[in-house]
Structure formats: C-alpha cells, structure tokens
Design a protein around this ligand. Sequence first.
Ligand SMILES: Nc1nc2c(ncn2[C@@H]2O[C@H](COP(=O)(O)OP(=O)(O)OP(=O)(O)O)[C@@H](O)[C@H]2O)c(=O)[nH]1
Ligand SMILES: [Mg+2]
Length: 316
Amino acid sequence: MKLLEYLKEDSEAHKILFTGLDAAGKTSTILMIQRELSKFALLSPTRGAQRRIFSFLGKSIAEWDLGGQENYRIAYLKNPNKYFEGTEITIYVIDILNKDRHEEALSYLKDVIEQFEKLEIEPPIFVFFHKYDPALIKTSKNELDNSIDSIQKVISKDIKYKKIHFYKTSIYDPPTIIQAMSEILLSLYTKAELLQKTIEEFARKLEAKGAVIIDHNSLIVSTYFKNKESENILMSTMPYFLALNDSFHKFSNKSPEELANSHMLIQRFGDYFIFKEILIKDNSHEYYIILHKQTSEFNNSYFDTFGSLIQEVLKK
Ligand SMILES: Nc1nc2c(ncn2[C@@H]2O[C@H](COP(=O)(O)OP(=O)(O)OP(=O)(O)O)[C@@H](O)[C@H]2O)c(=O)[nH]1
Ligand SMILES: [Mg+2]
C-alpha cells in the first residue's frame, strides 16, 4: 500500500457494525457502553442504519447500528456497498431467549457473510448470545446453555467462517458487555500490549493486587491482576465505580481540577479499592484507574508519573 493511501485510511474511523434481527438487543448493548441507561425505557426499534462516532484510546470508531426489522434487512442486502463496505469488525447479536427465531437469525448471519464475500472483506465476527440474564441463569442455566450450544454447532458446521468468536451478554449484567466490547475494541490497537506492560509495572510498584484502567465510557483500556480473586472482584465492580463517581460529581461544588486530584476509597473485606482519575495532558477524554490493595496507602506522585507514561504510550 502506498504511504498516502495508508495515511488516509489511518485517519478514517474504524467501522464497527452491529447487526442481527430486530429486537435482538443491539441498541440496548450500544446504550450500555455509552452509559446512557436512562434511555432504555424510551427505546423503540431502530429505523434504518444509525451511525455514531466515538473515540477510544485516541482513535475514532464509527459504530453502525443496523435496525433489524425485515424491510431494513432487505434494503441492506440490496446495497452492500453502502452498508457493509469497509467493515472492520462485526458484532452479531442473537436473542437467545427467542428460540423460534434462531433459524432466522442464522440465516441472516449467512446473508451478512455473503455480503462480505462479495466485497472481498473478512472482518472478524463477534456473536453475542444476548439476554443471557443473571435471573435466568439461576433458574434455567442448562436450557440456556443448550440452546447456545446448538446455535454454535450450526455455525461451525454450516457457516464455517474463519474469524468468528462468541460471547454471552446481558444488559442486566453490565460487566459482560463491557468486557466483551473492551476486548473487541482493543484488538484494533497495536499499543494495547505496551499499555499492559505499563500498568503491570505500576501495579507492582504500588504493591497492588490488581489494577484496571477504564475510559469515560467505562471501557477497559488495560488490566493487571495478581490472582483470579482480584480479577473477579475488579471486573465485576468496575462499572459501578464510575457510576458512583458520577453521582458524587453531580452534587459537588468543587472545581474539575479539585475533583480530578481527589480519590475515592472503599474498604471491603479487609481490602482497599482506590478509584482515581488519571490526568493525561492533551487528551480530551478522562481515564480512570481502580486499584485493589491490601493497604490504603499510596503515593500521589506515582499517579502523575503513570499519567505521563500513558500519555507517551498513546502518542506512539
Ligand atoms: N431480558 C433481556 N432483554 C433485553 C436485553 N437487551 C435488550 N433487551 C430488550 O430487548 C428489546 C429490544 O431491544 P433493542 O435494543 O431495541 O433491540 P434492537 O436489536 O436494537 O432492535 P432493532 O432496533 O429493531 O433492530 C427491548 O425491549 C430491550 O429492553 C437483555 O440483555 N436481556
Ligand atoms: Mg435498535
């Protein structure tokens, strides 16, 4: 590829397609990562293709939400250049509770893949087995898992797409969506590994059991865990720290700098959880860190150093 072409492509947003049947839960999933939960109650079927651009780790992501009602699906398939061209990542949402429509969902997945073949592109497809709700896992986990297994079998036997991956998600279990989306988005970045090394060193210095960096959307940028226990606690509580922080901000009359310089400390079962904004110069978005430690002490200057390190990594 010529350099100019490369630069042009690099400056364009990465296209992520959300597709699947109507009422599968695509828009709900997107609202969850935008932290727009208050809009859940007003949700109506998406009309046609809705596009939104957002930034993750300094790159533009163009998120396409393809309304899944049949008339729209037909229109997309008739015009692959408009809707499927340039897709870098596809998220295919399947409502696992609606068994009557699993066949239809699989058949549309085939249609989508056919469009990719026509366009000679091969974006990875991430299938979300959606509505895997905690309340249902309690009462009928086997049944849910069986229907997921049978869909998965059909996909590997009949569809045979090379780059296909699976997640179980539910809007009633926010970490399932946040973890899936973070992993998927990080796959676009070569600097993810460098961030990983940075956070590891930082966590060791602070003698932390675990550390998670998240962005303003509560998407995970990087993690470090000393053990599985710390991973379980931090991954499942992480979205709530940001929500808690938002609530405190709402009722505080402190300046943004004062707020950014302060931290939130939670003690639970003998361990400490520290939530702090990381100041990164020349960056329009906030980043946050959650640390899991055995003691409540930490040296504030470490955080500044850490902020500069991250800034360096993001620049590269
Ligand atoms: N039980 C359960 N319901 C969900 C979940 N996610 C979404 N829903 C519900 O499913 C319905 C459809 O959700 P949407 O997000 O509008 O579905 P969509 O895929 O965007 O639908 P279209 O825009 O028509 O393509 C809504 O009533 C949601 O509340 C989930 O994880 N569990
Ligand atoms: Mg929708």
